[in-house]
Ligand binder design. Structure first.
Ligand code: B12
Ligand code: SF4
Ligand code: SF4
Length: 330
């Protein structure tokens, strides 16, 4: 067992490295049981996960993050800002500057901002590996495992515990100075690192803007998202054709991939989100505003060539065509 001062020095060294690597915020937490395990069970039992059956399979580890890597004693949690400085302009209204809701009229084919660049899993995965190297240098002999939006890691829960923000009524992890347009990345390690204090405050107050703005009423109550009604789930995770209700829901929002409405209206984003200056996460025009007509005509090879390294690869050509038809009503 090392001295507390050593653990603190290691944490400081790792955080310095995280900042140098371009992470916008970083915190450390321990791997005790998930304080919101009961909420996760209730959510799964209500069927709100839809066909994301992996969430049920991974529930044991999400409730007890210490089981993910049994030797691990700490999680280093990072936030990376991906806000691009405007509310989704859609394919035809390019470059409209602005902040906050209602700046632009929705155009068919809107894409959620988190997907505007090349695949963030790859960009952040490489950065997390470099931070893991720094952890192993600070604690010789330590082992590490990196996660970004993958595996059974309860990422928002760990971020809140690492002091990085609170869970909003829209379920997003909101950092008080950055907002919620952030990716969460995690390194689990058996190194002895000094933990940060959790972020205990709930700064939503009486606001309900996200709940009221959701185009499909996907929030049965604050802090509960029925994913089966969420446009993000429907356009990214759902497989197969849309039923009539789903068709209406996707068509109504004009979103061809993901959805940002419950973040666009959040006062913490309206006031504090600033455009990310990260060249590796720079928006790509073909992703931010895809040509829906071309998408409908594309074959598998053309799709793989154009979108294989972007988040569109998850729904694939079949899913993206289905989404395009829904927003074009084609
Ligand atoms: C499955 C999933 C989805 C599903 C379900 C979303 C959901 N709200 O559950 C769908 C496809 C709909 C989705 C959509 C989106 N997602 Co998603 N998703 C995930 C994934 C893989 C698992 C989330 C999960 O376990 N959900 C089940 C719920 C019950 O768990 P949870 O959201 O983690 O909530 C925990 C805490 O909130 C807490 N809790 C529960 N109730 C309560 C109540 C109170 C009062 C408190 C304080 C806490 C609390 O306990 C829960 C369990 O640990 C995570 C990555 C990961 N490995 O964690 C990314 C992740 C949550 N998604 C992310 C993003 C960016 C999005 C979208 C914004 C993408 C988009 N623009 O289209 C939307 C946002 C929709 C929304 N409002 O949540 C980011 C969020 C970053 C952030 N700053 O919060 C993550 C962390 C991926 C990443 N590494 O960056 N997603
Ligand atoms: S992402 Fe869109 S559809 Fe999903 S909960 Fe938020 S506002 Fe509703
Ligand atoms: S819109 Fe309001 S209620 Fe929703 S997450 Fe933001 S502050 Fe909280």
């Amino acid at each position: 067992m090392s001295r507390p001062a050593d653990a603190l020095n290691r944490s400081v060294a790792v955080k310095r490295r995280a900042t140098a690597l371009g992470f916008d915020a970083v915190g450390v937490t321990t791997l005790g049981p998930n304080a919101h395990a009961a909420e996760l069970d209730r959510w799964l039992d209500a069927g709100y996960a839809g066909t994301m059956t992996y969430l049920k399979r991974q529930a044991g580890k999400r409730k007890e993050p210490g089981l993910i890597m049994p030797t691990a004693r700490a999680a280093v949690v990072t936030l990376t800002n991906y806000f691009h400085g405007c509310v989704n302009p859609g394919p035809t209204a390019r470059g409209t500057p602005g902040h906050g809701p209602g700046v632009n009229t929705p155009e068919p084919g809107r894409v959620a901002q988190y997907a505007w660049s090349s695949d963030y899993h790859q960009v952040l995965g490489a950065r997390l590996e470099q931070m893991a190297t720094a952890i192993r240098e600070a604690a010789p002999g330590a082992t590490t495992r990196c996660y970004v939006d993958a595996g059974p890691v309860p990422e928002r829960e760990l971020a809140q515990r690492a002091g990085l923000g609170w869970i909003g009524k829209n379920m997003m992890l909101i950092h008080p100075a950055i907002g919620s347009f952030t990716f969460i990345g995690v390194v689990l390690t058996d190194a002895d690192l000094a933990p940060d204090l959790p972020f205990e405050a709930d700064r939503c107050g009486t606001c309900r803007a996200c709940l009221e703005a959701c185009p499909t009423n996907a929030f049965p109550e604050p802090h509960v998202l029925d994913a089966t009604r969420c446009i993000s789930y429907l356009t990214i995770e759902h497989r197969g054709a849309f039923n009539d209700q789903e068709l209406q829901d996707v068509g109504r929002g004009a979103w061809v991939f993901g959805c940002d409405v419950c973040q666009d209206v959040c006062p913490w984003n309206v006031s504090f989100a600033t455009a990310a200056a990260d060249p590796e996460l720079a928006p790509r025009a073909d992703v931010r505003a895809p040509d829906l007509a071309a998408l409908l005509e594309m074959d598998d090879d053309a799709f793989a060539h154009r979108y294989g390294d972007t988040p569109f690869a998850r729904p694939g050509l079949a899913g993206m065509r289905r989404n395009a038809r829904a927003v074009l009503r084609a």
